[in-house]
Each structure stands twice: as C-alpha cells, then as structure tokens.
Design a protein around this ligand. Structure first.
Ligand code: ATP
Ligand code: MG
Length: 138
C-alpha cells in the first residue's frame, strides 16, 4: 500500500481551513488505520493546516500512507521562521488579533505536532519558507 494525498492551503482562508485535516481523517478511516494513530495524525494535520492559513503565505500538505508508516509533510512558501526554538516553545505565539478572536494563538500548535508525531523535523528559512516532516509508525 502506498497511498498519497495532497492539499493546497491558502493564506488567510479560514472558510476552508480545516478541510484538509478532515479529509485526511476520513481517508485514514477508510484505509482502516487504527483510531489511536488517526487521532495523532489528525491533531498534527489540523495544527499544521491552521499554521499555513494563519502564519504562512500558503503551502501544501502531503499525506503518504505506506506499509509501516504515515508521512505528513507540510511545506509553505514563506515567510519562514526566524527563531525555531522560540517557535517550538509552548505558549509562544505571534498570532494577530483576528486569529486570536477565532481561538488561535495559544502557541501550542507546533509543540503538539511534535508530541503527536513519532518523528518530527522542522526546517525553515526566512524569505523562503518552512517545511515540517512528520512520521507516524504503524
Ligand atoms: N508556517 C509558519 N510560517 C511562519 N511562522 C510560523 C509557521 N508556523 C508557526 N509559525 C510561528 O511559530 C509560532 C508558534 O506556532 P504554534 O502553532 O505553536 O502556535 P500558534 O499558531 O501561534 O498558536 P496555536 O497553534 O496554539 O493556535 C507562531 O505564532 C508563528 O510565529
Ligand atoms: Mg498554530
């Protein structure tokens, strides 16, 4: 089995933000993945999707389901993160008023992604973009 699904997430599109993670969840259910893993991938996917909508200029989510693992790769086209260790700190957020009014900005998304994934790698370059590669072992 090697199943791939890709999503485009636009900047500031709060109407459709959440669609990709919902589709990912449904797909994993149809593939018969255990609820425990679906929960982890869904949380990480949702946080990543929201970060694309709120903090990035737009990007993509790529889901790959293989025999022994699920890969979730989230990549955007900027603006990049200046200080990764600060961004990974629980409670640290640069979310603006609009995002905060909608309940975002607790500064918990990236730490939660790291907690839920079995493997978590974040790379970022200011002016270029951010890439997060996560693995969930089946
Ligand atoms: N894709 C991204 N591009 C640029 N900056 C980002 C990106 N993702 C996260 N950041 C930065 O890292 C900070 C921390 O992200 P994190 O997801 O942990 O918290 P948050 O999005 O601010 O709040 P929460 O996720 O709890 O609603 C963000 O406030 C933002 O400054
Ligand atoms: Mg977030």
């Amino acid at each position: 089995m090697n199943y791939k699904l890709a999503f485009e997430v636009e900047r500031g599109d709060f109407e459709t933000a959440g669609d990709a993670s919902r589709k990912i969840k449904r797909t994993l259910q149809q593939l018969g993945i255990s609820n425990k893993i679906i929960r982890k991938v869904s949380i990480a996917g949702y946080e990543g999707e929201m970060n694309l909508a709120i903090h990035s200029l737009g990007g993509t989510i790529l889901l790959t389901v293989a025999e022994k693992e699920i890969d979730l790769t989230i990549e955007d086209r900027g603006p990049g993160i200046q200080d990764l260790s600060l961004a990974m700190t629980e409670g640290w957020s640069t979310a603006g008023d609009e995002a905060r009014r909608m309940g975002f900005g607790a500064g918990m998304g990236l730490p939660n992604m790291q907690k839920n994934a079995d493997h978590f790698q974040i790379d970022s370059k200011v002016g270029v973009g951010t890439k997060i590669a996560m693995k969930f072992f089946l």
